[in-house]
Design a protein around this ligand. Structure first.
Ligand code: MN
Length: 356
């Protein structure tokens, strides 16, 4: 099998000192940062629970941190890993940056996003076209969001990332976002929404917590996809593409079906009256990323192949590196070759403008 594999969801590991070094001086004390406390070393980001990196007296970061691939922050090492795994290109998301949208102070949030975007462009986008960097765009100020989309496009980033959970005061069916959608569509930048970003972080600590959190964190994808399709965002912006990231694919067919059922069976209450069914807009402009989700593959006849995008989630331990080709061969054993090629790289190449 010689399919071109492109990962629609991979991650970089930002240097822990990135924001302490690069934020404007007045904001540096409040930077996302490494903090040494009596019981260990923590990563501290305003608005979220501090994340422990290592225990008291440990020089090194924790085993999980230590096991990370150097390719997380080093593009040359990363290219070697891609070649070893048979991956032609990747769409890049942050790690610490995933929490930036949770910072309560808007000015700090925007400044942190700009620092990340500059670093991503300098280190990865400028080193190889095999990396499609996705910039962080804050939605606390929508004219500023438009300007940042324009700026990251100029930096060579190839997508924009908004929080999957929007601020409670401004859900994604609000027409206030229209200039943002229009700007991204005009520039050909897809907008993506990574699971776990924005308000409402899921932290169940009781019985079942780990499994509960893993499933619950994906529900933001169902909600945001539904808001965009049902409210007419895709109809008003036919060139806009939106991607729900790391949420799996099995839920998508069901969500499309439920929207369509409401649209036809409860038509009296439906507004706006879209020209097509909501599910048809998802099929045309909506996408979800998954690594290993047999339910998503089984539903291909319902979602169509363009809606689902395969990903490695490199360098995360639950990702498919360095066995991606074997995983793809197994996962797509029953899928026709043309659909398989679209899912494992073709659609991602088109969305993020990878060279053929
Ligand atoms: Mn991811």
């Amino acid at each position: 099998m010689t399919d071109v594999l492109i990962s629609s969801d991979s991650h970089v590991d930002e240097p822990l000192e990135l924001w302490s070094e690069r934020l404007p001086r007045a904001l540096r004390e409040r930077a996302p940062r490494r903090e040494h406390r009596p019981d260990g070393t923590y990563m501290v980001v305003e608005g979220i629970r501090p994340r422990r990196l290592s225990g008291p007296g440990e020089e090194r970061v924790s085993e999980a941190e230590h096991a990370r691939r150097p390719g997380g922050a080093d593009p040359a090492a990363r290219i070697c890993d891609l070649d070893e795994d048979g991956i032609a290109g990747e769409v890049l998301y942050p790690t610490i940056g995933l929490f930036i949208h949770n910072i309560p102070d808007g000015a700090l949030q925007q400044a942190c996003a700009r620092v990340y975007n500059d670093w991503l462009a300098e280190v990865f986008s400028q080193s190889s076209k095999r990396f499609a960097g996705v910039g962080l765009v804050s939605v606390v100020d929508l004219p500023a969001a438009e300007a940042e989309i324009e700026r990251i496009h100029g930096l060579g980033l190839r997508g924009a990332m908004l929080p999957i959970n929007p601020p409670a005061t401004r859900p994604y069916n609000s027409p206030e976002y229209d200039p943002v959608w229009a700007r991204a569509a005009a520039l050909g930048l897809p907008i993506s929404f990574h699971v776990g970003t924005g308000t409402d972080p899921v932290f169940e600590r009781g019985p079942g917590g780990a499994c509960i959190n893993y499933v619950m964190v994906g529900l933001g994808a169902q909600k945001t996809m539904t808001y965009l399709a049902a409210s007419g965002v895709f109809e008003r912006h036919p060139d806009l593409h939106c991607i729900m990231v790391e949420c799996g694919a099995g839920w998508l067919a069901w969500t499309m079906y439920m929207m369509d059922e409401a649209f036809s069976e409860h038509a009296r209450w439906v507004h706006p009256k879209l020209r097509m069914k909501p599910g048809d807009y998802v099929r045309r402009q909506g996408h979800v990323t998954f690594g290993n989700d047999p339910a998503g593959i089984s539903n291909l006849h319902l979602t169509g192949p363009d809606a689902i995008l395969w990903a490695t989630d490199y360098p995360h331990p639950e990702g498919t590196w360095p066995h991606s080709r074997a995983v793809v061969a197994r996962l797509f054993a029953e899928v026709p070759a043309d659909a398989r090629r679209s899912i494992v790289g073709g659609t991602t190449a088109r969305l993020y403008r990878f060279d053929a």
